[in-house]
Design a protein around this ligand. Structure first.
Ligand code: ZN
Length: 201
């Protein structure tokens, strides 16, 4: 056990920061010290912003996204194509696609993927609301933007079966060579998937 170098308030701040993704105990100390040095310009606004957001965060009842309004900013954006629905496992995936400006559509956040090993079944995911949205008739295409993992692909198959009774077009993300990727650096699975998913020029 290392000796405390600061009072309990600062030690607590470091412990909490260390729980953030991507921050270990060392980076947490560095972050805490940075906040302390910039307490007027960074720590105070950050504390205020955390308090403000905390009281307002809600889960969108339409798509499962998190926001400070319900329905969320994405669902109420009139400039998005209402006919295309992108299904993602997690809010982080929605944010990643938005960061890439990949598509101007609406989303449906499942809240995870099917995982028999972890005991996550269909009832644990937002599948009922997905089916209801598609049955509504305004959606023409559902894009399954799920990970290329066993659980991700199991979930994609499950949803494809689930939506079969509707007339909706279902597609999934391409798998293959990453942009800027060298062929001899790719694993065999990615290479075979890229060959299978080849496109005509
Ligand atoms: Zn929403």
């Amino acid at each position: 056990m290392s000796r405390a170098v600061a009072g309990p308030e600062i030690e607590r701040l470091i412990q909490l920061l260390a729980r953030l993704p991507g921050l270990g105990p060392r980076s947490a100390r560095r972050a805490a010290l940075h906040l302390i040095k910039k307490r007027e310009t960074l720590m105070a606004p950050l504390a205020a912003s955390l308090g403000e957001a905390l009281g307002k965060i809600v889960v969108c009842r339409v798509c499962g996204n998190v926001d400070t309004r319900d329905p969320c900013t994405v669902c109420t954006d009139p400039h998005r194509d209402p006919h295309v629905l992108v299904v993602v496992a997690d809010v982080a995936d929605l944010w990643a696609l938005e960061r890439a400006s990949a598509i101007n559509a609406r989303y449906h956040v499942l809240g995870g993927v099917l995982s028999p090993l972890d005991g996550i079944g269909p009832d644990d995911l937002n599948l009922g609301s997905l089916l209801a949205r598609v049955r509504d008739g305004h959606v023409g295409e559902v894009i399954l933007a799920l990970g290329a993992t066993v659980d991700g692909q199991t979930t994609a198959h499950y949803i494809t079966d689930l939506l079969r009774e509707t007339a909706v077009k279902v597609s999934r993300l391409a798998q293959g060579v990453p942009v800027g990727g060298e062929l001899d650096h790719l694993d065999e699975g990615t290479l075979s998937a890229a060959i299978r998913a080849r496109t005509a020029l």
